[in-house]
Design a protein. Structure first.
Length: 256
């Protein structure tokens, strides 16, 4: 049995994300018996994962602040040294459509101005990507660049970017899954504009940075966390060799 008090922040992030993931798999397994589907299943998953992470952080990291998608924003975090930035269930739509596996749990730690640890669990895939044991991204295996996009609403500017780069668009679910697709060599880039929040990408960015990938806003400026405004509407996560081409495209054409 794991003693959470013995874990460093990297391992703790993994443990917390996996505990929430186990809870979510249980919610999914019981959905048929309890008549949960659609919005009811989404809401049940959000609530159960938030409750588990809240309990874990309250018990084992009581002196740290928390910023969560599923809880009120306690502005005490703005003067805290350590803030856990969490998304208990990223990709609620995909979670509510069994057997889809493109949903995730995000747990990141911001400390003294930057992200220092993070874990992205994909429970239905049985994998957790993390900063304690960073992934080694292999050399690109595709002839054409692959860009991860939303399966339901890919931005028009990304379609134009793909045309310029002669890239292939790869549709998939949650933001965290899209970032991990670059870590996993399923895609070569994830480019997004049009709305996200700090919890949508903090843990994925921490993991991607640890793997040696380029992470920035679409104009090339740094991603900044634990800001008063929780909105963080755009980002690029990509193989380093693609970064300048993507940023240059955005500078010339914008994201409209």
């Amino acid at each position: 049995m794991i003693d959470p008090t013995s874990l460093d922040d990297h391992a703790f992030a993994v443990w917390a994300a996996e505990r929430a993931g186990t809870v979510l798999l249980d919610v999914r397994a019981r959905a048929g018996e309890e008549g949960l589907e659609g919005k009811a299943l989404k809401d049940a998953g959000d609530a159960a994962a938030q409750a588990e992470l809240d309990r874990i952080l309250t018990e084992h990291r009581p002196d740290d602040s928390v910023l969560s998608e599923e809880a009120a924003d306690d502005k005490v975090r703005l003067t805290a040294r350590r803030v856990w930035i969490i998304d208990p269930l990223d990709g609620t739509r995909e979670f509510s459509e069994p057997p889809r596996d493109d949903w995730a749990v995000h747990v990141a730690l911001w400390e003294d101005g930057d992200l220092v640890a993070g874990a992205v669990a994909q429970p239905a895939l049985g994998e957790t990507f993390n900063t304690g044991r960073p992934a080694v991204v292999p050399p690109r295996t595709s002839d054409r660049p692959r860009i991860a996009v939303s399966r339901s609403r890919p931005p028009a500017f990304v379609e134009a970017l793909a045309a310029e780069l002669d890239a292939e668009l790869v549709p998939m679910g949650s933001a965290g899954v899209k970032v991990m697709s670059v870590v996993r060599n399923i895609a070569d880039a994830y480019v997004h504009a049009g709305g996200q929040y700090q919890w949508d990408n903090a843990a994925p960015v921490a993991v991607a940075r640890a793997a040696g990938l380029h992470c920035s806003r679409v104009d090339g400026s740094p991603l900044v966390y634990n800001e008063d405004d929780t909105s963080l509407p755009d980002l690029i996560v990509c193989r380093p060799e693609l970064a300048e081409q993507i940023i240059d495209f955005v500078r010339r054409h914008g994201t409209e």
